[in-house]
Ligand binder design. Structure first.
Ligand code: ZN
Ligand code: ZN
Length: 167
């Protein structure tokens, strides 16, 4: 969990506190089933006192292991995310239920950081735009070899026509 002490910046308007971290996925509660992060998650940002709320701004980047959605080849990529969230003092009135709140002088920024990375990671990636994928018949990688399997599925109407021609 990543917690910031905001006692100082709460004292004066527009005061801000900058931070810089290299985090392990576990520190943001990220499991390898959710996202396969290699090396540290680089986090850079600040939290500022903008009056009735504290404003969290951060940029994250991490190297990620991915898999091509067509040929299943391992790929490496970089996920980059940006966070812009408000934190309300607990007990503030007229605040939405899902708003981030903090108590006294401690702001837990784990959840917005965690969420931003998960949202930034694409659901599916391709090794290249025109990846040929795996052969549905023999399972070989069609980018590497042309297995020549017959993957053409005949439209039933065409097959009736074929029959007709044969007769
Ligand atoms: Zn591929
Ligand atoms: Zn094949």
């Amino acid at each position: 969990m990543i917690k910031l002490n905001v006692a100082e910046i709460k004292k004066s308007l527009v005061d801000k506190k900058a931070f810089l971290y290299d985090l392990k996925p576990e520190e943001l509660g990220l499991s390898s089933e959710e996202i396969k992060i290699k090396g540290p998650i680089h986090v850079e940002g600040d939290i500022s006192n903008v009056g009735d709320v504290l404003l969290l701004k951060a940029k994250l980047s991490a190297e990620v292991d991915r898999t091509c959605g067509r040929c299943l080849k391992d790929l490496q990529g970089t996920t980059e995310a940006e966070v812009l969230e408000k934190f309300y003092l607990k007990g503030t009135e007229n605040v939405e239920n899902d708003a981030y709140v903090y108590e006294s002088d401690i702001v837990d920024i784990t959840e917005p950081l965690r969420e931003s990375l998960l949202l930034a990671e694409p659901l599916s990636v391709l090794c290249r735009e025109d990846c040929l994928g795996l052969c549905p018949v023999c399972g070989c990688d069609r980018n590497i070899k042309d297995c020549g399997c017959d993957t053409f599925t005949i439209d039933p109407r065409l097959s009736a026509l074929k029959q007709f021609i044969k007769d």
